[in-house]
Design a protein around this ligand. Structure first.
Ligand code: FES
Ligand code: FES
Length: 153
């Protein structure tokens, strides 16, 4: 076991992890943050996306030990005291989800995409989200929601 310390949604955690333990399982099983989903385990679907030091990563591709010292934001940390994060609100307003399984990862990827300034138009949004798969919505409403949150609608 290896000791690590990481900040998750503003709270510092110190814990011992196995060197093979993936960040997504540290979040879900050690910290109880089950909003981060596992859709594939093959780094294909993006449902495990979180922010690591502000950048979106698929947390099934990161070892817990690699996150030592990092600041992580999960879907649980996105809404503030004023209510939903603008991207969450836009997903709600544009009916950008059905089953919701992909939604936490899609929202986290969109937050990072918008923050990077790369959510410029429909094409760049579709390109920016191509690592996140949705089985339900056909992407149209998701792209509309992200464009609205980016002020490009
Ligand atoms: S569970 Fe990580 S990409 Fe699918
Ligand atoms: S809303 Fe069901 S997988 Fe995207």
């Amino acid at each position: 076991m290896r000791p690590i310390a990481l900040s998750v949604n503003g709270t510092r955690h110190e814990l011992d992890v196995e060197p093979r333990e993936l960040l997504v399982y540290v979040l879900r099983e050690r910290l109880g943050l089950t909003g981060t989903n596992v859709g594939c385990d093959t780094s294909s679907c993006g449902s495990c996306t979180v922010l690591l030091d502000g950048e979106s990563v698929k947390s099934c591709t990161v070892l817990g030990v690699q996150a030592d010292g990092a600041e992580i934001t999960t879907i649980e940390g996105l809404a503030g005291s004023a209510g939903l994060h603008p991207v969450q609100q836009a997903f709600h307003d544009h009916h950008a989800l059905q089953c919701g399984y992909c939604t936490p990862g899609m929202v986290m990827a969109a937050v990072s995409l918008i923050a990077s300034g790369e959510a410029k138009d429909e094409e760049s949004i579709r390109r920016g989200l191509e690592g996140n798969l949705c089985r339900c919505t056909g992407y149209h409403n998701i792209v509309e929601a992200v464009a609205a949150a980016a002020g490009k609608a």
